[in-house]
Each structure stands twice: as structure tokens, then as C-alpha cells.
Ligand binder design. Structure first.
Ligand SMILES: Cc1cc2nc3c(=O)[nH]c(=O)nc-3n(C[C@H](O)[C@H](O)[C@H](O)COP(=O)(O)OP(=O)(O)OC[C@H]3O[C@@H](n4cnc5c(N)ncnc54)[C@H](O)[C@@H]3O)c2cc1C
Length: 479
């Protein structure tokens, strides 16, 4: 049996529900599919809605501007003033200002779904998407199993892949030079988090800050990643770590240990001495979970013939912070707009869909793509070098600039001279200068993102060459 739509959106998470809301608003015939039951929409895995749930207010404003949808209590669970990153020895901090929220994720997802349905999307829950349907090198729909485990096919002019990092669509696309089917394991963080009720034993904003989302850099406890303590309402906290598998293996080998993500998560929780009487939050059965986040630049092309991707399916999270909520929201909206435009113009080939590549790059992608190189550099520094670097190399303002892909050249050169005089950690510092140069090259390349498929393959070759060079220079070195 087969049904036909203008647009299929696969996955009713953040990016999917927004793409469906935008596309359906234009009057097109939109199908929104997801494996979850409606009452647990957006649940990523059996573990729940596994996430730190921190999002900057700017991204919520973007949704409001585009869809007129505003947020408040209860889906915005707790307001924070910014993010504070703390060095391994706890002595140096970078503050990243900017209001944001920790979300009540189940309620937030439910609100986005309601918007999609209200705008006219046809929502089919409990549907497992197994594969794209490919005809003449075009994605012409998907097949999978419905709630009764019956095989079912849906056809559409465009399929939007919003299935998250484990997507069963992108991985089964025909081989093509535009959208990668696989993501390198070294570009993925294994992550886990708890949501706990707690009592605060004493005030110490290095460990729990009611006004800020805290990030702890520590290559011993979270090799190749970081730990976080994000405040939530009613004496609750979202606490977790991310690790790079390769860094974890190296660390274990050096220490002769067999630590895993799970043991390190518990070690991290124990290392936060101010949180006492921890009890898992039973709400929505969402207290503990594990999942993965890609921390590379977003896939170079987000479109193929009849196919678009948004959010984690396209490796969109920020390479340094792993923040993927913002880009998933932005991409969901832009993918919806791009799909509508392509259908109106009668061209759903990669050429007709390319406008979305350009729009995402302008709105978001070009700002963060260069950060992949910075992430690789960070993963090559041990705790001593991170401590030293946060003290000597970068001021908080410069770190803030870098996190937006802006490059503070002159001040770096001055500091290079200072460090030369002290003759300490010259290599790590000259490596930072190299990284800044590579980031600048990537920024420039992304400023020249191809306006059409013409020249894309050559542009992509240059991007890959630049990233590859940095990766060869900086193997992970956690201890
Ligand atoms: C532990 C952890 C902490 C994080 N912390 C933060 C943070 O604090 N801030 C931040 O900005 N980002 C964070 N992220 C990243 C963020 O969670 C993701 O970037 C975001 O959820 C991406 O949204 P999405 O809509 O692309 O995909 P998802 O949220 O993964 O949604 C995909 C949807 O598709 C459904 N689905 C998947 N496969 C199928 C299938 N085969 N058939 C049918 N349905 C399917 C899923 O059930 C789900 O509903 C974190 C991630 C993790 C794992």
C-alpha cells in the first residue's frame, strides 16, 4: 500500500516538527512520521529525551519571528544568564554571556508537535522508518513499519530527514558526492546525563551555579569532551558528560583502567561535592540516559535529489559545545521554507533544493563550521595545557569571539611574544596560532559557500583538505 504527499517529514523531534509546521502552513500536503506514541513525542531513545536541554534565547526568538510561536512556562523550565566554562584545576573561567533556558524537553517537544498539527500536518505516530525509497537516483519516499508492524510505503516529492543522529534515511542514500552516508566515529561524542533532585550542601559556584550553566573541562574525567551541571527548577539539575571514544581508550591505556562512559559519569557526579541527597527525577521516566552527538562541521550538503536533512541527522551540533538544539530549530524552519519554495518552483532535484544549503549556511552554518578545528586542538591538550592556556593564551573575550568563529589575531601575536619571553608551552601556543589560521581559512571558505551545485565538489575538497591537515597535526592526547 502506498500513499502520496507533497512532503514527508521523518522524525517528530525538534527539527522535524518545525519543518512540518512551516511546510503545512503554506497549504502543502505534509506527512509527519515518528516512532513514538504521541504522549512521548520527541523521545530520542528508550532512555528518554537524552539531552542537557540548554538553549540560547536567540534561537527561540528565531522561531517566534518565523512562526509567531512564543514560549513560556512550563516548556521553558529554568532561566540562566549564560554559560561558564571552568578549567580542570578550577582556577580559570570563561563566561559566555547570553540569556538562555534549560527546557522541560517533553513539554517543549509537545508544543512544537501541536503547532505542526494545528498548521495542518498529517501526523502518524508509532511508525518506524526503515529506509528511503530510491528511484532513478531520487528519494521518492520512505518505507517502514506501522503501529501494527505492517510494511507500509509513503511517497512524496520531497522527504525531509529529521531522524536524528542514527538516521535510517541518510545512511541508505545512493553513494553521491554531496551528502555523506557515514560520520567518522572520532567526530562523535558518547554522552550520558542524569536529571537529579538534590540538596545543596553549601554554595560554591564552581560546582553548582543557580544563575549559569556550568561546563567543566577535564581530560581525566571526560576525555575528549566535557562535563556539565545545568540548573533546573525545583532543586533539580541536569548533570552529564561527553567523551570521545578514541580519547577514552588512550586515557584508559595510559592509566591501566577500564573506565567507560557509565563509570566516568558516576565519577563526575561524585566530583561535584556540593550536591547531596541525589535522587533521580522520576518525571516522564527521563532521569537517566545515554546517546551520541556528532561534533563535526555540519554535512557539506544538506540536500540530494528529493531529499533534505535537518538537525542531528546532518551533524549540526556546534563542534565545541555540542549544542544541537539551536541549529535543529533553525534548520527545521529553513528546511520547511526551502521545501515549499522548491515545490512551488516545480524543481525538487538537488538543484531546486540547493537554496536550503545556502540559507542554512548564511543563518548558522558558516559561523560554526570552523570550530571543528578548534575542537580537534582542544582534544589534543592535556589538563595542564588547558589550565595554562586558559590562564595565558586567551582572554574570556577572545574565547567568546572564537566560539562564534571570530578570530582575534593581533592580540594573539602580542601574547606570542610574551610567551616566548617566558619560554613556556611554546608548542601549544604556536599550535593555537595555527588553529586560528585554519579557522580563518574555513570561515573564508564558508563565506564562499557555492550558490549552486556548480563548483561544490572542488569547494568541498578544499574544506576536507583543511580539516584533514589539522586533524593529522593534532591527534588526541588526553593525559
Ligand atoms: C546527552 C546529550 C546532551 C545534550 N545537551 C545539549 C544541550 O544542552 N544543548 C543543546 O543545544 N544540545 C544538546 N544536545 C544535542 C541535542 O539534543 C540535539 O542536537 C537535538 O535533539 C537534535 O534534534 P533533532 O530534531 O535533530 O533530532 P532528535 O532530537 O534526535 O529527534 C529525532 C526524532 O526522530 C525519531 N526517530 C529516530 N529514528 C526513527 C525511525 N527510524 N523511525 C521513526 N522515528 C525515528 C526519534 O524518536 C525522535 O523523535 C545534547 C545531546 C545529548 C545526547
Amino acid at each position: 500500500m502506498e500513499e502520496k504527499y507533497d512532503i514527508i517529514v521523518a522524525g517528530a523531534g525538534l527539527s522535524g516538527s518545525l519543518a512540518a509546521a512551516v511546510a503545512a502552513k503554506s497549504g502543502l500536503n505534509v506527512l509527519l512520521l515518528d516512532r513514538n506514541k504521541p504522549e512521548v513525542v520527541g523521545k530520542k531513545t528508550n532512555w528518554g529525551w537524552v539531552c542537557g536541554d540548554a538553549v540560547a534565547n536567540d534561537h527561540l526568538k528565531f522561531i517566534h519571528e518565523k512562526l509567531g510561536l512564543s514560549f513560556g512556562s512550563p516548556e521553558l523550565d529554568y532561566k540562566v544568564e549564560g554559560v561558564v566554562a571552568i578549567s580542570p584545576n578550577m582556577q580559570h573561567k570563561y563566561r559566555f554571556d547570553g540569556e538562555g533556558y534549560t527546557l522541560d524537553r517533553p513539554k517543549f517537544e509537545a508544543k512544537l508537535l501541536q503547532m505542526a498539527i494545528k498548521n495542518g500536518a498529517h501526523y502518524v505516530p508509532e511508525f518506524e522508518v526503515e529506509s528511503p525509497i530510491i528511484e532513478n537516483n531520487f528519494v521518492t519516499g520512505i518505507f517502514g513499519k506501522d503501529s501494527e508492524k505492517r510494511h507500509k510505503e509513503y511517497k512524496a516529492k520531497i522527504t525531509i530527514d529529521a531522524l536524528g543522529i542514527a538516521t535510517s534515511i541518510r545512511r541508505k542514500l545512493p553513494q553521491n558526492p554531496y551528502v555523506d552516508r557515514d560520520v567518522d566515529i572520532n567526530d562523535v561524542e558518547s554522552t550520558g546525563r542524569y536529571i537529579y533532585h538534590f540538596d545543596l550542601e553549601r554554595d560554591d559556584i564552581n560546582y553548582y551555579d543557580p544563575k549559569n550553566a556550568l561546563i567543566h573541562l577535564n581530560q581525566n574525567i571526560s576525555p575528549g569532551g566535557y562535563g556539565w551541571v545545568f540548573p533546573k527548577s525545583n532543586n533539580r539539575v541536569n548533570i552529564g558528560i561527553g567523551v570521545q571514544k578514541r580519547s577514552l581508550d588512550m586515557r584508559n591505556q595510559k592509566l591501566g583502567t577500564k573506565d567507560t562512559l557509565h563509570t566516568l559519569m558516576d565519577e563526575y557526579v561524585r566530583s561535584i561535592p556540593v550536591l547531596k541527597n541525589l535522587k533521580l527525577d522520576p518525571q516522564d521516566n527521563n532521569g537517566k540516559g545515554y546517546w551520541s552527538v556528532a561534533v563535526r562541521r555540519q554535512l557539506e550538503s544538506l540536500v540530494f535529489n528529493g531529499y533534505m536533512g535537518a538537525g542531528d541527522s546532518m551533524a549540526m551540533p556546534n563542534p565545541i559545545s555540542a549544542g544541537g538544539i539551536g541549529p535543529a530549530l533553525v534548520a527545521g524552519i529553513l528546511a520547511g521554507e526551502g521545501a515549499v519554495g522548491a515545490i512551488q518552483d516545480g524543481d525538487v532535484s538537488i538543484n531546486g533544493l540547493w537554496r536550503y544549503n545556502v540559507a542554512f549556511n548564511e543563518s548558522y552554518g558558516k559561523k560554526t563550521a570552523g570550530l571543528e578545528v578548534f575542537r580537534v586542538y582542544l582534544q589534543s591538550l592535556n589538563n595542564d595545557l588547558i589550565n595554562y592556556g586558559m590562564k595565558m593564551f586567551l582572554t574570556a573575550d577572545e574565547a567568546n569571539d572564537l566560539s562564534y568563529g571570530r578570530v582575534p589575531e593581533l592580540k594573539l601575536a602580542t601574547k606570542f611574544k610574551l610567551i616566548l619571553q617566558g619560554a613556556q608551552n611554546i608548542t601549544a601556543f604556536s599550535n593555537l596560532i595555527y588553529v586560528v589560521k585554519k579557522m580563518k581559512e574555513l570561515n573564508e571558505l564558508y563565506e564562499r559557500y557555492p550558490k549552486s551545485t556548480d563548483g561544490f565538489v572542488e569547494w568541498r575538497r578544499k574544506v576536507e583538505e583543511t580539516v584533514h591537515e589539522a586533524k593529522s597535526r593534532f591527534p588526541p592526547n588526553p593525559l
